[in-house]
Design a protein around this ligand. Structure first.
Ligand code: ADP
Ligand code: ZN
Length: 215
């Protein structure tokens, strides 16, 4: 299965992808995670990305597209199927993705649009924490770790992303409406779009998505 996940920051794309990757044996490709890894390693790409990410803006198309293209060309695991999370984010990226996937002979099967209300995404983002070691996601109310600040899965340290603060979140939401939301129509016109209600809690969304993809 070759899937794109669309939806505003905080809609639960990462949570859903992590919850489905084993079920369907798919690779989870998150451009946000890839960029944060570059930042952590202090690479040139990471330094450039940091400027944009910390203000809540987008990293330039050419940079992200090149990174995704090299993933599809060089990582054999993408052949088993994938869930793209956080890419494409602009019309240009959507068009480039079509070209990349055509080249590697892996056209998309469907695009899942996660619909969630503004109040829900704000509450999710401001309460979110991430494991520094394994990337597992937590939420102070909805999905707390057993021990404060410690990952249940690997014992790693939990931290709050620098861009999960109110001011940056506001920018990210504006960027989403302006640059990313229009690509919903791009995929609707191709007959690939499936929408789901992402206001529900994570496990319910996961079960619903499994039915949707199997049916
Ligand atoms: P979220 O979905 O919670 O906003 P992500 O982890 O997907 O978070 O992305 C974090 C940041 O990384 C974005 O705000 C943006 O700056 C950058 N980024 C991720 N993917 C892309 C992309 N496809 N194009 C441009 N910038 C991106
Ligand atoms: Zn962990």
């Amino acid at each position: 299965m070759k899937i794109v996940l669309l939806g505003p920051p905080g809609a639960g794309k990462g949570t859903l992808a992590k919850g489905l990757k084993d079920h369907f044996n798919l690779m989870h490709i998150s451009t946000g995670d890839m960029l944060r890894e570059e930042m952590k390693n202090g690479t040139d790409l990471g330094k450039e990305a940091k400027k944009h990410i910390e203000s809540g803006g987008l990293v330039p198309d050419e940079i992200v597209t090149k990174m995704v293209e090299s993933k599809f060309k060089n990582d054999k695991n993408t052949k088993n199927g994938f869930m793209l999370d956080g890419f494409p984010r602009t019309k240009q990226q959507a068009e480039d993705l079509d070209k990349i996937l055509a080249k590697v002979g892996q056209p998309l099967d469907c695009v899942l649009s996660l619909d969630a209300s503004l109040s829900i995404v704000l509450e999710r983002l401001t309460g979110r924490s991430v494991c520094r070691a394994c990337g597992a996601l937590y939420h102070i109310k909805n999905m707390p770790s057993k021990k404060d600040g410690v990952c249940d899965k690997c014992g790693g340290e939990l931290y709050q992303r620098a861009d999960d603060n109110e001011k940056t979140i506001k920018n990210r939401m504006e960027v989403y409406s302006k640059s990313t939301e229009p690509i919903i129509d791009f995929y609707k016109n191709k007959g690939l779009l499936k929408s789901l209600d992402a206001n529900k809690e994570a496990e319910e969304v996961r079960q619903y998505t499994i039915k949707l993809l199997n049916g």
